[in-house]
Design a protein around this ligand. Sequence first.
Ligand code: DQA
Length: 146
Amino acid sequence: MPVVLLLSGPNLNLLGDREPDIYGTGTLDECVADARAIADAGGHVLEDLQSNHEGELVDAIQGARGRCAAVVINPGALTHYSFALADALAAFDGVKVELHLSNPASREEWRRRSVIAPYVTGTIAGFGRSGYRLALEAVVERLASE
Ligand code: DQA
């Protein structure tokens, strides 16, 4: 069964508690469970990892090369400045989804730039917890069409 890797970056372990007016009240476990339900239904295996450390996320993307069909990543603030994540994603050949709960394009100036955007298949942003379900639906459909 195709493996999909769901990565969550810094501070996403605090979901549900962290700025709920922006990020909602759902926990990361609940977001991952939403994603897993879609992956399971589509006949995929979902692996997930949250890390507050850039290098650990880079290692995970490298480890997905040749092993995973897709990577879905909410890099948190690393979105806006991590060229290491951008390079790691560029070197991954499968489907890649950039995912955000909020819509960074409608927030502070520094959030409006994504350095990983040029290296992903597509982006889902601004739909809160639903984004996890939407991202997996997009991945399952894309993989089915390949
Ligand atoms: C975020 C948006 C980022 O700007 C922020 O640093 C986060 C979460 C989101 O899901 O909306 O940590 O990626």
